[in-house]
Design a protein. Structure first.
Ligand code: ZN
Ligand code: ZN
Ligand code: FE
Length: 757
């Protein structure tokens, strides 16, 4: 039977090659009709045999372009009109432009084939892209997404590129950043003083230099990277010293899955992520045969690997023949350099050469990082390839909301209707340059998504720069301000991430967050119902001797915990190493002052006790090393106790002091660090499940959301989810935004939206 259907497609369907895709699909099926854009997305009318139309509709979703996110498909019947041929028609203007901006996308197979085809006019051209791939978010200055509003504006298309751009049958139909060697950006190899190196082929020359041991800054999609050969111990060490980065692992770039498979153990999930169009850094267990310098990821059994994701990377990787370190172009905690002048200034002292190019970067975006734990993925950093794709919100926002996020690993989130636009990873706001880029980012997002916030959501910590910004802005512009407790935001974020409305039991384990009672929380069991929460249990409270000093120096937390547990520290190595200051710190603990229920700080104490990590070079280092030390064969665990403390309706207290006593006994008894580390992890997971179980039986709530930076820990996630499932509880973990403070802004939006409803 012949029929005619009107189909509407909503989601990320503009600027992603959706119309040419529909055009191709309709042509292939021999259907008549047309396709166009309107303010809601894409509208289609097609006419043909019912069975063929059904297949066409199924293919619309199943074979959609990599960049497209189809959120809704609507369909209605129309009178048959006859006719033949299929056309792309003019866009219909609508009242509200619901613009979604695509993330940057890894080079597609078609473009890659062209780049390596000597007969193609784009042979070896490092900026080749098409409607299915290439830079997007990082080059967009404004909307509508058209070339003049991208950083490609300065490059006028040549005749051939223009013809492709205007041909609906071409892969480059309306590909805004399209270009070729005749009309597009070009590479420049510079020495650190900025003098151009004369060479026939900058990529061949860069490869030669790298193989010779050089450190080279390479301009990419969202900023500059620093590159050295991954198996060159001397160069990697030189890079570490130059970057002032003592221990934090470097990521390694591989040419393809084959090469990556020789670096890390590839699960199906890891392989899927690596080869996805988002091309994140994937953290996976290092392969036994990996030929990687020790200095790439010291004291770490894992390795961060990504695949080449631009033609430039592919060409370089092919030239090099083996993996290379590709780490962010910055010094220690500064944001990565992305503007040419800034890069020259900041990176020149660190490198031997700079491989730059002439396409400007509008928005700095770091590589995204995802940890793979079995078949579970844990987002660690959400940026390139993911931002600014919105997270679908369960509650429609009655009014537009700006959520300001936290302080470390900061992101913000702009929400309108049922979309939460979580920003790219911005970084640690205490750094002035990072804070400046946070402000610029907020402004950029508001312009890009045409959202003018009427409500500002912020953390309760008065000293977070994001809180100060949010409160001041609300005051200045007369906006409503909603304070959201840090761990409430963590759990709300995990629920939003899973599209789960609640109620839920939330387990928030992290470094530190400002509590409702003015103390620093971080080992929290919350019950979330509606827009509110109650604190159902928490880790027992100990001193935080010296405040920020205790974060930098985990041995101070060992002092606090040993004191709390009533354990004599003198026979312990941690005491020997820190003897000179021990008594003073113990006195600080006894005087009262700052206290915390943080599990992150408990990890610090155990890390100082077991792996000798007295001072950290990056946040969470003691916990990372403790996890790395754990012996997978051990099946024992330490006991925590669980008691109600004070009034019957008050929170339960999960007491870790019995665990500390047992652990110290093992240490003094000569037990291996590997076994002790495992017993600690397993004990904590069991205690978590027992506490959650107790709360579940009193509330009847069976869903348990796990969030907070501590849940980047692979052993804890695996053990905790298994222990919860064994009790018949349903664990939820993060999938789209990180469990660390990078996910806080989404949680703030969710809570604020609920409060407004
Ligand atoms: Zn392409
Ligand atoms: Zn051209
Ligand atoms: Fe946190």
């Amino acid at each position: 039977m012949i029929e005619r259907r009107s189909i509407t497609v909503e989601g990320i369907v503009q600027g992603v090659g959706f119309r040419p895709f529909v055009y191709g699909l309709a042509r292939e099926a021999g259907l008549a009709g047309f396709v166009g854009n309107d303010s809601n997305g894409v509208f289609i009318e097609v006419e043909g045999e019912s069975a063929i139309l059904d297949r066409f509709e199924a293919d619309l979703v199943a074979r959609a372009p990599v960049l497209a996110v189809v959120e809704r498909v609507g369909r209605s019947h129309r009178p048959v009109v006859g006719g033949s041929g299929f056309a792309i028609c003019e866009s219909r203007a609508g009242p509200v432009a619901e613009t979604l901006v695509s993330p940057d996308v890894a080079t597609c197979a078609d473009c890659l084939a062209e780049v390596f085809d000597p007969a193609n006019r784009r042979f070896r051209y490092p900026f080749t892209n098409c409607t299915n791939c290439g830079p997007r978010f990082s080059i967009i200055r404004g909307v509508p997404y058209d070339r003049p509003l991208t950083t490609m504006a300065a490059f006028a298309m040549c005749e051939q590129c223009r013809a492709e751009y205007e041909d609906p049958g071409d892969r480059r139909f309306h590909a805004q950043p399209t270009c070729c060697p005749d009309c597009g950006p070009s590479l420049k190899l510079l020495d650190p003083v900025g003098v151009e190196v004369t060479t026939g082929d900058p990529i061949v020359e860069t490869a030669r230099l790298l193989l010779d041991g050089a450190v080279v800054a390479i301009k990419g999609i969202g900023g500059y990277h620093l590159a050295v050969m991954a198996d060159d111990e001397e160069s990697v060490t030189r890079l570490r010293v130059a970057k002032h980065r003592e221990d934090k692992p470097f990521a390694v770039m591989a040419a393809d899955l084959d090469q990556a498979g020789r670096l890390v153990e590839l699960s199906d999930e890891a392989a899927r992520l690596l080869t996805s169009a988002r091309a994140p850094v994937v953290l996976a267990p290092r392969a036994a045969s990996a030929k990687v310098a020790g200095a790439v990821a010291p004291n770490n059994r894992g390795l961060g690997v990504m695949l080449a994701y631009t033609p430039l990377h592919h060409l370089l990787a092919a030239e090099l023949g083996r993996p290379f370190v590709l780490t962010s172009g910055n010094v220690s905690d500064e944001p990565i350099a992305y503007q040419d002048g800034d890069a020259k200034e900041r990176l020149a002292p660190l490198v031997d050469f700079i491989l730059a190019h002439t396409r400007p970067i509008e928005v700095r975006t770091d590589d995204s990082v995802i940890r793979v734990v079995g078949d579970r993925t844990v987002p660690i950093r959400r940026s390139r390839g993911y931002a600014p794709q919105p997270v679908k919100l369960l509650d429609r926002c009655a009014r537009p909301i700006l959520a300001c996020g936290a302080e470390l690993k900061a992101t913000f989130c702009l929400a309108r209707a049922d979309h939460g636009f979580v920003s790219h990873h911005i970084g640690d706001l205490e750094n002035l340059e990072t804070y400046t880029s946070y402000l610029a980012g907020v402004e950029h997002f508001e312009r890009l998504f045409d959202v003018h916030p009427e409500v500002v959501a912020h953390d309760l910590h008065p000293e977070y720069l994001s809180t100060k910004y949010g409160v001041a802005r609300a005051e200045r512009e007369g906006l409503a301000a909603i304070g959201v407790q840090h761990h409430h935001a963590h759990i709300a974020s995990c629920l939003a991430d899973n599209g789960y409305a609640g109620p839920a039991i939330g387990v928030a384990f992290d470094g530190l967050g400002y509590g409702l009672d003015g103390t620093l929380w971080g080992g929290e069991f919350l019950v979330l119902e509606g827009a509110d929460f109650t604190r159902a249990a928490h880790l027992n409270v100990v001193s935080l001797p010296g405040g920020a000093a205790a974060i930098r120096e985990p041995w101070r937390m060992a002092v606090a915990w040993l004191l709390a547990a009533g354990v004599d520290p003198r026979p312990l190595e941690v005491y020997e190493r820190n003897r000179a200051q021990w008594a003073n710190v113990a006195k600080v603990c006894q005087l009262g002052g700052l206290v915390t229920s943080s599990v992150g700080r408990l990890f610090d104490a155990v890390g100082a006790l077991c792996v000798g990590r007295d001072r950290v070079n990056y946040e969470g280092q003691a916990a990372v090393e403790l996890e790395q030390a754990a012996d997978a064969c051990e099946s024992g665990s330490y006991r925590f106790s669980l008691e109600s403390d004070g009034p019957a309706d008050g929170p339960l207290v999960l007491d870790a002091r019995p665990m500390v006593k047992e652990l110290v006994g093992d240490l003094l008894g000569g037990e291996t660090v590997g076994r002790i580390a495992t017993r600690f992890h397993r004990g904590l997971a069991a205690a978590l499940a027992e506490t959650a179980g107790r709360i579940a039986s009193s509330t009847g709530i069976m869903t348990v959301a796990l969030s907070g930076g501590v849940f980047q820990n692979e052993i804890l996630i695996s053990e905790a989810t298994a222990a919860l499932s064994a009790r018949g509880l349903a664990p939820l973990t993060h999938r789209q935004v990180p469990p660390n403070d990078g996910g806080i802004s989404l949680g703030q939006v969710t809570v604020a939206a609920r409060r407004l409803a």
